[in-house]
Write a protein that binds this ligand. Sequence first.
Ligand code: FAD
Length: 596
Amino acid sequence: MNIAQRKFDTLVIGAGGAGLRAALQLSQADATVAVVSKVFPTRSHTVAAQGGMNAALGNVTDDNWHWHMYDTVKGSDYLGDQDAIEYMCRAAPNTVVELEHFGVPFSRLENGSIYQRPFGGQSQNFGGEQAARTCAAADRTGHAMLHTLYQQNINAKTHFFDEFFAVDLLKNKRGDILGVLAFDIESGEKIIIEAKTTLIATGGAGQLFRTNTNASINTGDGLAMALRAGMPLQDMEFFQFHPTGVAGKGMLITEGVRGEGGYLINAEGERFMERYAPHVKDLASRDVVSRAIAIEIREGRGCGPNKDYVLLKMNHLGAEVIKKRLPGIRDTCITFLGIDPIDQPVPVFPTAHYTMGGIPTNKNAQVVVPIGTGGEEAIPGLYAAGECACASVHGANRLGGNSLLDIVVFGRAAGKHIIDYLKTHRQHQALPDESIEPALQRLAHWETGASEHESSDYDKNVSVAQLKNRLQQVMEEYCGVFRTEDVLADGVKAVQDIKEQLKYAHISDHSSIFNTARIEALELENLVELGLATVTSALARQESRGAHSRVDYQQRDDERWMKHSLYYLQDNRLCYKPVRTKPMTVDTFPPKERVY
Ligand SMILES: Cc1cc2nc3c(=O)[nH]c(=O)nc-3n(C[C@H](O)[C@H](O)[C@H](O)COP(=O)(O)OP(=O)(O)OC[C@H]3O[C@@H](n4cnc5c(N)ncnc54)[C@H](O)[C@@H]3O)c2cc1C
C-alpha cells in the first residue's frame, strides 16, 4: 500500500480544549502523542466560548461542589449520570487553579482572587439564593484557555498534524480501534496514523441546524466516525437551543449578559421571564428561557416589524460594566447589528448551540457499550472527551459554563487513564490491510468530483451545498424547540431522502478548490447520519424532558423514560440503558419537579 504511515502511543483527534488538555497530560508523561486537527488548533470552536467555566471556588458567593452537583443534576432534568457529575463538580476548583497556573489570564476581583459571575441554574444550598460560580476571562474565556493550552503543548513537544482531515477510524476484526485514516488538506496526501490508544475529541454538531452559534467546522465528524465503527450514539434527541442568539443571524450573546444583570423584554416592554421563572427570572435554565421566548413570539408579543424576536436589555448596566466585562459582546453587536448595547437593547432569538448527546463514555472518558446483561463495558484503548462525548454530565440540558469545565476535566481524566493503560499495553497491534478499505472507499467516492449512477431516480444536478442547506432547514423545521409526532415522522423521511440524494450529488469541479469541496461532502455525510440519529431518537421519546419538548407529551415521564437512548447506524436501531443514579460518595438526588 502506497500510503504514508506513522505510529504513536496515542492519537488525539481534535485540538479543542478537550483534545489539548488530554494531549498535554500525555506529552508531559513522555508518551508520544499525535494531535490531528482539520483547522489550526487555536481556531477550534473552544476559542469562541465567551461567558466562562463553572467551579465552586466561592470567591463571590458562598459555594461548594455539592451545591454545584445538585444544580447540574437538576439542570440535566435528572437524565445526567450522577457519578460522572460528582466527579466533574469535585474536580472543578482544582481544574481552574491548574489552568491558572498554566497561564490562563482569568479576570480578577479587587482582592486579587478569580472573578466569578452568576450564570443560569446556579444556586446556593441546594436550590436557594443565586450563586456566582462562573470563572471568566472577560467575555473571551475560551480564547484564553485554548491559547494557553496550545502554548503548553508546544512546550511539552506534542506532535501536531495541523489542517489534516480525519476520515474514519481503523479497526481490526475484533473491534479494536487501531488509528485513523486522514489526509493533508493542502496536498490531499493520505496518511495512516496508528496508535495504541485513540481519543476522539472532535467537538459538537451545531451545523445540523440552519441558525446556530457554532463554527462552520462543527459538523460532528467524530460522532459519525464512531457510528460507522459500530458504536452507538447516546441521547441524540437532546440538542440545546441557546436563548440569546442574534436574531436572524445566530451569533451568540453570552448568558453572561444576563449574569451581569441584563434581562429580556417583549414588545410590551414587559420583563416576561418573571412569569415563567418567578424566583430566578432571566437566569433560569436555557431550555426554560428558550421555550419562554418561543411562546412570547407565538402569542404575538414578539418585537420588530414581523414580531419575530425579543429584546435583550443591558443599557441599564452602564458603559463601564459593558466595556469591562462584555467587550466582545459589544463588538459583535456593533459589527453585525450596528447597535451599541450601551445605548439600545439587542434583538435575540433561540439558536442551536450545543450537542448534549454523543459517544457514550464513563468518568474515565473510556467509550462504553452495552453488554447483554444490562450492564456496559469499556472498549479497550478507545476514549472520547468534550462535546462529542456523553459522560453524561449534561443529561437533557446543559448548564451554561459546564462545558468548558467538562472538556478540561474529562480531557485530563482521559490523559490519566491512557497513561495507565499504556503501562500494560506496550505494543502496537498489527493493522490488517482490509481495515483501511472502507475508509478508502468512502474517500474514493468523492475523488472524481461527481458520482456516476445510472439507475437513479434522483436529480443528478443537486449539489452538496444545496443538500446541506436542505438538511439544516429540515432539522430546524422538523426538530426545533417544540416537537410533535407527525412532524418528527416527516422529518425522519426528509432526512432519509437527503441521505439517498447525497449518494448522487456532485461537488464542485473547480480543481483549485477540490480538497475543500471534498471535505464539505465528507462533512455532510457525517451531518446527515447525525440528523437521522437526532430525529429518530426524538420521535421515539414520548415525553418532555430538558431540551426535548414534545407538544403531544408535555410532562416528564420518569417511570417510562428516565433512561438514555442509544442509536445505532445499522437499521437505525434504538435501545435504552438506565441512568447511573448512584453518585460516587454522596446520596442520590432523586427526581423532583423542576422549577426555577
Ligand atoms: C459561541 C459559543 C460560545 C460558548 N461559550 C461557552 C461558555 O462560555 N462556557 C462553556 O462552558 N461553554 C461554552 N460553549 C460550549 C463550549 O465552548 C464547547 O462545548 C467546547 O469548547 C467544545 O470543546 P471540544 O474540545 O469538545 O471541541 P472543539 O473546541 O469544538 O474542537 C474540536 C476539534 O476537533 C477537530 N476536528 C473535528 N473534526 C475533525 C476531523 N474530521 N478531522 C480532524 N480534526 C477534526 C477540530 O479541528 C477541532 O480542533 C460555547 C460554544 C459556542 C459555540
